[in-house]
Design a protein around this ligand. Structure first.
Ligand code: NAD
Length: 466
């Protein structure tokens, strides 16, 4: 069990300990940043931003490449920190470190393509012979608030574009996984980042809201809806980018490649114990292939090795803490009470929740109606794709969706009807490419994140008419 204090117990001018969710061993102690310190750090970041705003894109790329190099040199240490602080397996942690380096390299490349455009102004009488030059200039100080589940790469998704656009950044990682972020800040210094260009504050909701209410110039948040709403209210009239929760479906149609769809389902539901925003949280199986699909799926789920995330042979580690395991297990019990049929799993040992598959989950059940951050596949059966899509569209979330089929007419129809930020064809919803816009509609977010689009979002548009 992790003993990280719940958000509401995190006070100012204090410290908190970080524990491995698997065995509750203490893996770090972190000082909380006080309100005064946050104010002081924001002022320092403002000065750094002011100096950095006229840097050349090529200089920004050099910095980001140098940080990517430092990450590479430190990769095993960073992977161990992530594995220890939030319990993802060492394989998953290594993959996250590799992705984080890549996010920074792509940001550096994109910095050199922050092109503007020139528009002729002759459509109004005074505009004859005049041209508007549109450029993108730095916005100033970016405040970045991040969740526990990808403590390094999601921070790099804010850091890389912020620097590429010529800004300074102050980040507040999750108190459940604050160590990799702190290490990244040390590595930035080694990489030659100018002083105060990238600063970290530590703490929970109070520190997040204090940062949001400080004179920063843009807030970029990734996390859940409750925190998102609180931060929107705290931040006032500044631009906000929000990557929020998801309740993503995968549709498997009669002509699907079943082996591939099953492998994707196992990979994208049990990765980091089901705690990914775009994980396959609802599985829509066409009646014709359901039995075959389950015959392939269940043995693979039962074969997953659950346990110590540090062991290379472990396939799935714990959820973030015992409270999260309690929540997932009570949702499973309620779904069964509401008519769901447990096909496998449903048990737990501390924060290790067994990979679980439940069929016939009611649409009103929390497992289907809400975002479930845990290793549970909730199955719905359909015969008419349109009806299944209507069911998905009635959700307040709209992050991503996936479909397995080669029926182009049906896929085109799905593209038209599904209300999500991204549809993955012959892939699961958790597929992400770092420079491609990622994000959702409705309660899944405001704006998109993905290196190229984020650089634009973290810039001001400036117009010169001459
Ligand atoms: P969380 O919302 O509890 O915490 C995220 C951050 O917000 C943390 O830094 C936390 O300290 C801070 N915070 C928490 N409560 C707050 C409050 N009341 N006021 C201000 N700040 C507050 O989220 P989490 O549990 O760390 O992460 C899981 C959530 O994040 C899920 O909903 C998941 O879907 C979402 N997520 C979304 C994406 C995406 O790209 N869309 C990616 C990863 C995670």
């Amino acid at each position: 069990m992790t003993t990280i204090a719940p958000e509401k117990r995190l006070g100012f001018s204090d410290a908190f300990t970080v524990h491995n969710p698997f065995d509750n061993q203490q893996v770090g102690e972190v000082e909380l940043t006080s309100a005064d310190e946050i104010g002081h750090l924001v002022r320092r970041a403002k000065k750094a931003a002011h100096k950095f705003r006229h840097s050349m894109p090529a200089e920004r790329r050099v910095l980001l490449n140098a940080l990517a190099d430092e990450i590479k040199k430190d990769q095993e240490h960073l992977a161990n920190l992530i594995c220890l602080e939030m319990g993802k397996t060492i394989h998953e942690a290594r993959n996250e470190v590799r992705r984080a380096g890549n996010t920074l390299l792509l940001s550096g490349d994109a910095a050199t393509f922050l092109d503007g455009e020139v528009l002729h102004c002759g459509i109004v009488p005074g505009g004859v012979d005049r041209h508007a030059t549109i450029t993108y200039v730095p916005i100033g100080v970016v405040g970045a608030i991040t969740p526990f589940n990808y403590p390094l790469n999601l921070l790099c998704h804010k850091l890389g574009p912020a620097i590429a656009a010529g800004n300074a950044i102050i980040a507040k990682p999750s108190p459940k996984a604050p160590l990799a972020a702190a290490r990244l800040c040390e590595l930035a210094r080694r990489a030659g980042f100018p002083e105060d260009l990238f600063l970290i504050i530590q703490g929970g909701a109070l520190q997040a809201q204090t940062l949001a209410g400080s004179p920063i110039d843009l807030l970029s948040f990734t996390g859940g809806e409750i925190a998102g709403l609180a931060l929107k209210q705290a931040s006032g009239l500044i631009p906000i980018l929000m990557e929020l929760g998801g309740n993503d479906p995968l549709f498997v149609l009669p002509d699907a490649d079943i082996q591939s769809a099953v492998a994707t389902t196992v990979g994208q539901r049990f990765e980091i114990a089901g705690q990914s925003c775009a994980a396959i949280k609802k599985l829509y199986l066409h009646e014709e292939i359901k039995e075959t699909f389950l015959n392939h799926l269940l043995p693979q789920v039962d074969a997953l090795k659950v346990g110590d995330p540090r062991e290379v042979s472990t396939d799935m580690g714990p959820v973030i803490d015992e409270a999260a395991a309690d929540e997932v297990c009570s949702r499973i019990s309620r779904a069964i009470d509401e008519g769901g049929k447990l096909l496998t799993g449903g048990t737990r040992d501390g924060s290790l929740v067994a990979p679980t598959v439940i069929d016939q989950v009611a649409t009103t059940s929390d497992l289907i109606a809400k975002e479930t951050f845990g290793p549970v596949i909730s199955i719905r059966t359909f015969t008419d794709l349109g009806t299944a899509v209507d069911e998905v569209n009635s959700s307040p979330f709209g992050l991503q969706a996936g479909v397995f089929s080669n029926d182009h007419a049906l896929i085109r129809e799905l593209e038209r009807q599904i209300q999500v930020g991204g549809l993955m064809v012959n892939e699961g919803p958790d597929f992400r490419v770092e420079h491609v816009p990622f994000g959702g509609i409705k309660k899944s977010g405001l704006g998109r994140e993905g290196v190229r689009i984020t650089i634009r979002e973290m810039s001001e548009t400036k117009v010169i008419i001459d």
